[in-house]
Design a binder for this molecule. Structure first.
Ligand code: GDP
Ligand code: MN
Length: 339
């Protein structure tokens, strides 16, 4: 007799949740990131997605190899999509002065700034700032969860964060907030101030300016949400306010003449164009990327079990902007930017 039942028993214990929100997991990667991608997937699938089976969307500026696709598909039972990024969303625009861009790469390299001399890193930051949410594979979706290679989730996530976002009217969710390297955004705030004066209609009344600036908007304190983790609403990035903001910043050339990151750009937009109550700190999601991690305290973990030590968390160390975020939330003075 043919033994054809073996594989069909494998998935039996899974009882995927049939009620899913309009959301996807999204991961930008190179073929060479495969091992890190698999590690991140194992972590998110085991702590969350094996129950929910949200689809995965993988994006790359080159074609994914068959090996990449094959190995990745083995890590999940959810639908998996592989997309190629259009060249025009991943290329230094022709109007950028390459001499000036090269100077910036040299300068930042001399200053030992991470990725200072990298053109591809700059393309990546510009893509994540202005284009990922326009990719055809992401068009059907409203919410996304950004995942990167080699990240780790420490806690079982016993509810659906997308549903939480919807039910609580949240737009942008984060786990870690840090100070940006000032050398990468030397003139970014000047451009932001120019934008605010030109387009005051986009600034929310109850904005989070206090999180970005300690002096009512005169200077930027470098605080931003670490964008390697984001659970957010792509319709915000697709909005007129954000689109206008991105186009405005793009024409300044700072992605190439400096090394503007998508994290400060997303964060500044979310903090200024949204009422501050729409920014959500996912305190219950234990998360690690590179040398920083957020580990929930027993109060924060909301009963979920976490495989990290609660004192090993960035939240109240000097590198974290969380105290500023919390102070901003509890402050009752609405900041009128630049007034
Ligand atoms: P870091 O988190 O700032 O240290 O930068 P990463 O190297 O992790 O890059 C951020 C994200 O962009 C990760 O998901 C990377 O896989 C991805 N990424 C960075 N550079 C490239 C690239 O040249 N091509 C592709 N396809 N993805 C990239
Ligand atoms: Mn990374």
């Amino acid at each position: 007799m043919l033994n054809i039942t073996v594989r069909s028993t494998v998935h039996h214990e899974l009882t995927p949740i049939s009620r899913r929100e309009n959301a996807t997991l999204v991961l930008l990667a190179r073929n060479s990131d495969l091992n890190g991608v698999m590690a991140s997937m194992k972590s998110l699938e085991s702590h969350f997605n094996h129950k929910y089976l949200y689809p995965w969307v993988f994006l790359n500026d080159e074609e994914f190899s068959n090996e990449f696709k094959g190995r990745v598909m083995l890590e999940t039972n959810a639908p998996v999509h592989f997309g190629l990024i259009p060249k025009e969303h991943w290329t230094q625009p022709s109007w950028i002065d390459e001499g000036k861009a090269e100077e910036s790469r040299k300068r930042l390299k001399e200053q030992n700034i991470i990725y200072g001399d990298s053109s591809s890193y700059r393309n990546m930051c510009r893509f994540n700032s202005g284009y990922f949410f326009h990719h055809p594979l992401l068009q059907p979706f409203k919410y996304y969860w950004r995942v990167e290679p080699d990240v780790k989730y420490f806690c079982d996530i016993s509810y659906d964060p997308f549903q939480y976002m919807i039910q609580n009217n949240q737009t942008y969710g984060f786990t870690i907030t840090l100070y940006e390297t000032p050398e990468t955004v030397t003139t970014l705030w000047d451009s932001v101030k120019e934008f605010i004066i030109r387009y005051p209609q986009y600034i929310a009344n109850d904005n989070a300016m206090e999180f970005l600036s300690g002096d009512g908007g005169k200077t930027y304190n470098m605080c931003h949400f670490w964008s390697n983790f984001e659970i957010a609403d792509m319709d915000f990035w697709r909005s007129e306010a954000y689109q206008t903001f991105f186009e405005f910043l793009d024409t300044k050339g700072g992605f190439y003449y400096e090394r503007w990151g998508d994290a400060p750009i997303h964060s500044i937009a979310a903090a200024l164009f949204l009422p501050k109550q729409r920014l959500h700190f996912f305190q219950d999601i234990g998360y690690q990327h590179a040398v920083y991690q957020h580990c929930p305290s027993s109060d924060e973990s909301m009963g979920n079990t976490c495989s990290c030590h609660r004192w090993n968390t960035i939240d109240y160390r000097k590198q974290s902007c969380l105290p500023r975020y919390k102070a901003m939330l509890s402050s009752h003075t609405a900041v009128d930017p630049l007034s």
